[in-house]
Design a protein around this ligand. Structure first.
Ligand code: NDP
Length: 365
């Protein structure tokens, strides 16, 4: 990887027009042989606006790209619809110190660029487009993205989840410079600092408690005076000497130039404003799984996350699920990557069982 270029010199397209990676990795045009034929090419761009593949992966975070690496090494030539802002949540993180194999840590975007390069090296085709619509009613499954129809014998859904943000300009500007949405990822950087957590649900209380390992003091700020979090978590936080809970408190602005040095707060009952000097703020107001395109087809749980069956399966045979789009418990890059690995192995075995791929492709993981 080239150290001196952003994203290791890879052409990741943040503009959303797909030009960069589309040009870098065109889909090989094979003769008319269907991508469904046993032993035939795994991916075929057949004429205008249609691509047939044995495996389509949707999403390009750790789950999608790990699935792509494994599937490509099993000769499945997967097509990855990577999204218009590829790379997932790690693209918004600075130092990643808990991903195994990097004793000195690695920048989130560098880690994703390396995963992408590894997926492409073994024959995955990544296309930086968002999906518009899917039809999973029958095989081949069909997915439309920016004017192209993708027909796939199997699909891995790895669209991830997005942390919710307050929506303040100052919050966006200082993201990675004291503003974070992940205590597990970034808590370590706030050793001996005074920090704040925003939210009133279990995530906020869990993160506040976790962050007391590092911080000298954790202010929990919630816009109301009743909490969604479970009673035991609330009681524990009230009893903790390092946690101070501020009900009826909204954040109007994150203060600081190069890094966070405070918050502008507003009492939601009296309207009174104040400043709180802190060096970090964790936004813990929930996550939304990226499931909108699949809701007509795949089962979702009460929180809106996809439901997995038998490890990585779904309610539709041939459709597999990996990563944060179903996992609201662990939400770690390494667990998502593990999930992607499992989904690729399951998809490959399923394709083989259907007679869509030949046996023995699954030996070179
Ligand atoms: P929740 O939806 O439960 O809570 C979100 C909190 O953020 C609410 O208190 C909400 O305030 C607040 N909030 C939302 N939007 C804003 C905003 N724009 N400005 C200020 N505050 C805002 O999400 P969680 O992530 O906490 O939990 C999601 C689910 O995961 C829950 O079911 C939870 O139980 C579960 N979970 C379980 C854990 C465990 O068991 N260990 C750990 C973490 C999560 P308001 O209340 O006013 O709407």
């Amino acid at each position: 990887m080239k150290d001196n270029e952003p994203f290791g010199g890879l052409s990741i397209d943040f503009g959303g027009d797909g030009a960069a990676s589309g040009a870098a990795t065109p889909i090989a045009i094979a003769p008319d042989a269907a991508a469904t034929a046993t032993g035939g090419p795994a991916t075929v761009a057949s004429g205008e606006g249609r691509v047939d593949t044995k495996l389509l992966i949707i999403g390009s975070g750790p789950a999608g790209l790990t699935a792509a690496i494994y599937a490509a090494r099993a000769s499945l030539e997967p097509v990855v619809l990577a999204g218009s802002t590829p790379g997932g949540q790690l693209m918004l993180t600075s130092d990643v110190e808990n991903y195994p194999g990097f004793p000195d840590g690695i920048q989130g975007p560098d880690l994703m660029a390396a995963m992408r390069a590894q997926a492409e090296r073994f024959g995955s085709t990544l296309i930086d487009v968002d999906i518009d619509r899917v039809d999973l009613s029958e095989r081949p499954f069909r997915v439309w993205a920016r004017g192209t129809e993708y027909r796939a014998q199997s699909v891995i859904v790895a669209t991830g989840a997005s942390a919710l943000w307050l929506g303040l300009d100052s919050e966006t500007r200082l993201r990675g410079r004291g503003v974070s949405a992940c205590a597990t990822c970034d808590g370590f950087f706030f050793r001996d600092r005074e920090i704040a957590v925003v939210g009133g649900g279990d995530t906020a209380f869990e993160e506040a408690t976790y962050l007391t390992r590092f911080a000298t003091k954790v202010h929990l700020l919630h816009r109301r005076d009743t909490f969604r979090a479970s009673k035991i978590m609330i009681d524990r936080a009230y009893a903790h000497p390092k946690i101070e809970i501020h009900p009826n408190m909204a954040v109007d602005e994150v203060l600081g130039d190069a890094k966070v040095d405070g918050l502008k707060l507003r009492d939601t009952v009296t309207g009174e404003t104040s400043r709180m000097p802190i060096e970090g703020v964790f936004i813990a107001i929930g996550y939304v799984p990226n499931t909108a395109a699949f809701r007509d087809w795949l089962d979702v749980d009460s929180k809106g996350y996809l439901v997995v069956r038998d490890e990585t399966g779904s309610n539709i045979e041939g459709v597999f699920i990996a990563g944060d789009v179903h996992d609201h418990r662990y939400r770690q890059a390494v667990t998502a990557a593990g999930d992607g690995c499992k989904a690729a192995i399951d998809a490959e075995r399923w394709l083989e069982a259907q007679g869509i791929t030949e046996a023995a492709t699954a030996t070179a993981w």
